[in-house]
Design a protein around this ligand. Structure first.
Ligand SMILES: *[C@@H]1O[C@H](CO)[C@@H](O)[C@H](O)[C@H]1NC(C)=O
Ligand SMILES: *[C@@H]1O[C@H](CO)[C@@H](O)[C@H](O)[C@H]1NC(C)=O
Length: 195
């Protein structure tokens, strides 16, 4: 995985938005099945733990193929503006099987990102992972969490639809080498989902 560039938090904002969005999909594999359903609490499902591994692709530059839109910039001179506090963006990023931009598209990461820290480049993200191919075509996962561009970002999965009804779990994501670093942010995602 590539080391993140050293940049000011403000410079990192466009990247952070995508990062947050990253999530899951890609080649999904069910890695384990736990004990039989004992009729436990809602959300525990049948005890199945699904591991999804996929790559998040964001074209963060403006243009015909851009997948991220800045809605609001941090107010100039406002408290925390050096850290992007107040930034709001919307993304419709790509979920692919691999880090290669030509690899199979398996879904989208759609949602919101916001600069939400007065003291560091931390963002709050609300993303829906919408799967459009493979075994989870038509199902979605909802991720809500905080991210700081760094080695590994961990965010909670708070729900889902279709095959992922009543889902809960978490994702871990990290920036990896991009084929086009001036335009494309690539994050590798692992998602662990109980459903
Ligand atoms: C947008 O994507 C299309 C299809 O992949 C490609 O042919 C075109 O060159 C891209 N345009 C830009 C500005 O990147
Ligand atoms: C995904 O599901 C939709 C709706 O059922 C269907 O139209 C589409 O062909 C499916 N895509 C793939 C790649 O299976």
């Amino acid at each position: 995985m590539a080391a993140p560039h050293r940049a000011s938090p403000a410079q990192l904002l466009p990247f952070l938005a995508p990062l947050v969005a990253l999530l899951f999909l890609a080649a999904a594999t069910t890695t384990a099945t736990a004990a039989a359903d004992g009729g436990g609490y809602a959300g525990n499902g049948n005890g199945a733990m699904t591991h999804l591994h996929f790559y998040f692709h964001e074209i963060y530059t403006a243009g015909p193929n851009g997948t991220a839109a800045a809605v609001a910039s941090p107010p100039a001179g406002a408290s925390g503006s050096a850290f992007g506090f107040g930034y709001v963006g919307v993304v419709d990023d790509m979920l692919r099987e691999g880090a290669d931009p030509a690899s199979r598209l398996i879904g989208r990461a759609q949602g919101l990102t916001a600069g939400a820290s007065l003291s560091e480049g931390a963002i709050t993200t609300l993303l829906n992972f919408v799967f459009t191919d493979g075994p989870y075509n038509g199902s979605t996962l909802a991720m809500f969490g905080r991210a700081v561009l760094g080695s590994v970002m961990e965010r909670p999965i708070v729900g889902g639809t279709g095959a992922f009804r009543m889902a809960r779990g978490y994702t871990q994501s990290r920036m990896v080498k991009s084929a086009d670093p001036e335009n494309l942010l690539v994050l590798e995602y692992d998602a662990y989902v109980l459903h």
